[in-house]
Design a binder for this molecule. Structure first.
Ligand SMILES: *Cc1c(COP(=O)(O)O)cnc(C)c1O
Length: 473
């Protein structure tokens, strides 16, 4: 068969037909992903066919070595960049990207602190053995109970999001005594989304204080006995490429930071996370070292202009730590040719999971890529759409990808870069149990979160378990 492929008018403009629809794009897959002599995809030295036999499909696979290496690299990059200006850097892993006990242990082992944003995430991080003093606690609607639990646990810093929260914390500190470090989340008006950023005076979103309101909030925090204001916090968005948005935001924040210094110490500036990764072969994320240097340079410059010392910096990467370490393995169940405009066709490839194990495409149109994982094929590349098994036409896993035209039921299909926000956003739509998570290290695979069974789902249905109601007699 000829391997010549043709582009389709129905493909999105960014997607071109590949020379080889079996090739693994370099930035998208875990570093040690490769095909063995039989063409079977190997992850962490283990053929996916073996993983399927042991654990079934769908399967979330996470490469522990890759997570650890990314954690080290990100920490080193920010430490080096801040260190050039005599400042320190702390890196919090943004737990919401993928939180499990083992992942907390890997990243804390590598020297990262951890960010949580609900009582549930806090409980998991503490249960996994995270040092409470190295936890950050976020969220725009932390309840009194959640704040109380965080203070009681000795959480290192709480990022305050509203005036209501200041008063909640004031009451808690009054009851409990002691002291609590806090930051103020500021909405800098800079919102970044991948290639562009938007800078406005008033950004219409729920998080943080506006720059104008933050001064009053800071004064109030400084008045509350037991609260220590240690700095400002800002997170401008996710999947950001380039440093422009961070630099713009840092400039605005440091102006406020400098003004607040007149009322007392402010040793920390937390610039959040959002560092982009490659989901498809066309994504060219900025290297983390370049990002770190660009951001540190901007902060140092703004501080110099205002004649203030450079604060210690904090960052909160999530997807850039775990995203590329994850691969989801599916089995193809059905395929279907659909005629499009002109003589174009699209191959619909249905897999045994879908929007329940990866909500990102249906939630915000996220793009992914895919490869047949159980073999290589010399069939021509055909424009394909990978869809799930849910009763929803928006149940898309990979919107557009060129796959070998002979993709067929029984093939294993792998979707890379699923380590961030797939497990975390998973759901049980259509009573589909969530898959297990298998971690790879040193040629070994082990379950770090077990898969659900239909019985797990039925166990919550009171109508199946409660004794029947007695009639009124
Ligand atoms: C989501 C979030 C992060 C992490 O974002 P990534 O895109 O995963 O790096 C960090 N900080 C805050 C406050 C967030 O909401």
């Amino acid at each position: 068969m000829s391997a010549v492929s043709h582009s389709s008018a129905s493909a999105p403009p960014w997607l071109s037909a590949p020379d080889d629809a079996n090739a693994l794009a370099p930035l998208v897959w875990p570093q040690n992903a490769e095909r063995d002599a039989d063409g079977v995809l190997q992850l962490g030295g283990i053929p996916v066919t073996t993983l399927r036999e042991s654990f079934g499909t769908p399967l979330w696979i996470i490469d522990e070595d890759e997570v650890r290496a990314r954690a080290r690299r990100v920490l080193d990059a920010f430490r080096a960049a801040a260190g050039r200006y005599g400042a320190q850097a702390r890196v919090y892993y943004a737990g919401k990207a993928f939180l499990s006990a083992e992942i907390v242990r890997w990243v804390t082992d590598e020297g990262l602190a951890v960010d949580v944003c609900t009582g549930g995430e806090l409980t998991l991080a503490l249960a996994a053995g995270a040092d409470p003093a190295r936890l950050g606690f976020h969220g725009n609607n932390k309840s009194v109970a959640e704040l109380e639990a965080a203070v009681a646990a000795g959480v290192g810093s709480i990022v305050i999001d509203s005036l209501v929260e200041i008063e909640r914390l004031a009451a808690i500190m009054q009851r409990r005594g002691g002291s609590q470090s806090v930051l103020l989340r500021v909405n800098s008006g800079v919102h970044a989304e991948t290639h562009d950023f938007l800078a406005t005076a008033h950004e219409d979103q729920k998080f943080g204080f506006t720059l104008a309101d933050a001064t009053t909030a800071a004064a109030r925090v400084r008045d509350v006995p037991g609260l220590t204001l240690v700095g400002l916090h800002c997170h401008i968005g996710s999947q950001i490429f380039g440093t422009a948005g961070f630099r713009e935001s840092a400039g605005r924040l440091i102006e406020l930071h400098a003004a607040l210094l007149e009322g007392g110490d402010l040793p920390v500036l937390n610039l959040g996370g959002g560092f982009g990764i490659a989901y498809t072969s066309v994504d060219q994320p900025t290297e983390i070292e370049d990002l770190a240097e660009g951001i540190a340079d901007a902060v140092a410059h703004e501080c110099e202009v205002r004649g203030i010392p450079i604060p210690n910096l904090a960052f909160e990467p999530g997807r850039s730590i775990v995203g590329r370490a994850g691969v989801t393995l599916y089995e193809v169940g059905t395929t279907k040719q659909v005629m499009l405009e002109g003589d174009a066709t699209r191959t619909y490839v249905s897999v045994d999971g879908g929007m329940s194990d990866n909500a990102r495409p249906s939630l915000y149109g996220a793009q992914y890529s895919a490869r047949i994982a159980s073999r290589v094929s010399s069939a021509p590349a055909a424009l394909s759409r990978v869809v799930g098994k849910h009763c929803e036409s928006g149940d898309i896993v990979v919107d557009a990808e060129y796959l070998p035209a002979d993709v067929a039921p029984g093939d294993l299909l792998a979707v890379p870069a699923t380590g961030a926000y797939c497990f975390s956003l998973a759901n049980n739509y259509n009573f589909v149990p969530r898959p297990p998570v298998v971690a790879l290290r040193g040629g070994q695979a082990r379950v770090i979160v077990r898969g659900e069974t239909v019985d797990d789902l039925l166990a919550r249905d009171a109508g199946l378990h409660a004794p029947p109601m007695e009639g009124n007699e």
